[in-house]
Design a protein around this ligand. Structure first.
Ligand SMILES: NC(=O)C1=CN([C@@H]2O[C@H](COP(=O)(O)OP(=O)(O)OC[C@H]3O[C@@H](n4cnc5c(N)ncnc54)[C@H](O)[C@@H]3O)[C@@H](O)[C@H]2O)C=CC1
Ligand SMILES: O=C([O-])CC(=O)C(=O)O
Length: 334
């Protein structure tokens, strides 16, 4: 009996993500929570002929508590999205408090649930969730994930476009590491399952890297004030949640990049910090998943000199983003 919960379920991401979770056969119960419209979205989804039982909750009458009771996996797309001209960090002022309050609810009601954080800025909101869990004495680094899957999805799509064959997309896999904003997004294109065309110029590689790093801006610009990626994010969120659910059920060998606390696997985390040359507490790396969450943090593999430069450029911003999140909850630590 697996219960999934979506917090922020009536939003641009929340609705299609809830739809996709409703169609996942591993989900037996689906609870939707939002400050608006969640019961209506739930009734709508409840007519779909798949097994998951759907319920929707609003804040009054302990709605958050009811939504979270018995949760195995909680996905958080609650919060405001960007408008043109904004960075993800500009969202921190509003989203930090939203994520803190929702994390407090999870830590109190469903401390063992897997928590998948979509709300931006992910590089800071994941540390917020972790600090809240620490304060409640329920922190397990293996169970808290920043969802960076959209960067991986974009990398597969853009590489397939360059190879001139979109039908390759499902099998093209490119590790994307670091974090989830601008230069902290580091695609390791040299490790793509499908090589770029022979003679692919360095300038083209840089343009492709830039497109993956700033893919979010492409959508924000195209939506022209109406928000940021929602449908592709819902797809990516459902894909990552699906992997976590399969691992929870005992399937072995599932690996996916995610922004995690490196204490999730002490040996792998320490080895990664050594590779990075920096004692970062968080990093998005390929992680192997199991029934208890992160089983193993994989290293970066063989990097090109260009990729080494991208990692070096990502580290200072990542460190600042992480500190911003930690100090929002635990100012004394810094
Ligand atoms: N990790 C990633 O790759 C991506 C992250 N995002 C982020 O996801 C977040 C959501 O984006 P959208 O769905 O487009 O925004 P949206 O504005 O369409 O939806 C957000 C939803 O959150 C709800 N909400 C606000 N405060 C809440 C609270 N305290 N409790 C429960 N629900 C609350 C709102 O009522 C709304 O329904 C943004 O922060 C955005 O930047 C967006 C795309 C990709
Ligand atoms: O760009 C944004 O603000 C939303 C996001 O995280 C993405 O699309 O990758």
């Amino acid at each position: 009996m697996t219960k999934a919960v979506v917090l922020g379920a009536a939003g641009g991401i929340g609705q299609p993500l809830s739809l996709l979770l409703k169609t996942n056969p591993l989900v037996k119960e689906l609870s939707l929570y939002d400050i608006v419209h969640a019961p209506g979205v739930a009734v709508d989804l409840s007519h779909i002929a798949t097994p998951a039982k759907v319920e929707g909750f609003l804040p009054p009458n302990d709605g958050l508590k009811k939504a979270l009771t018995g949760a195995d996996i909680v996905v958080i797309p609650a919060g405001v999205p960007r408008k043109p001209g904004m960075t993800r960090d500009d969202l921190f002022k509003i989203n930090a408090g939203i994520v803190r309050d929702l994390a407090t609810g999870i830590a109190t009601v469903a401390p063992k649930a897997f928590v998948l954080v979509i709300s931006n800025p992910v590089n800071s909101t994941v540390p917020i969730v972790v600090e809240v869990f620490k304060k409640h004495g329920v922190f397990d680094p293996r169970r808290i994930f920043g969802v960076t899957t959209l960067d991986v999805v974009r990398a597969s799509t853009f590489v397939s476009e360059i190879l001139g064959d979109l039908s390759l997309t499902p099998s093209v896999s490119v590790p994307v590491v670091g974090g989830h904003s601008g230069v902290t997004i580091v695609p390791l294109l040299s490790q793509s399952t499908h090589s770029l065309p022979a003679g692919f110029a360095q300038s083209s590689l840089e343009a492709l890297t830039n497109r993956i790093q700033f893919g979010g801006d492409e959508v924000v610009k195209a939506k022209d004030g109406a928000g940021s990626a929602t449908l592709s994010m819902a797809y990516a969120g459902a894909e990552f949640a699906g992997k976590v659910l399969r691992a929870l059920k005992g399937e072995k060998g599932i690996v996916a990049p995610s922004f995690i606390n490196l204490a999730a696997d002490k040996t792998g985390g320490a080895a990664l910090q050594k590779e990075l040359g920096k004692d970062l507490e968080y990093f998005s790396a390929p992680v192997e998943l199991g029934p208890e969450g992160v089983v193993k943090i994989n290293g970066l593999g063989k990097l090109s000199d260009y990729e080494k430069g991208l990692i070096a450029a990502a580290l200072p911003e990542l460190e600042t983003n992480i500190d911003t999140g930690v100090s929002f909850i635990s100012p004394a630590k810094l």
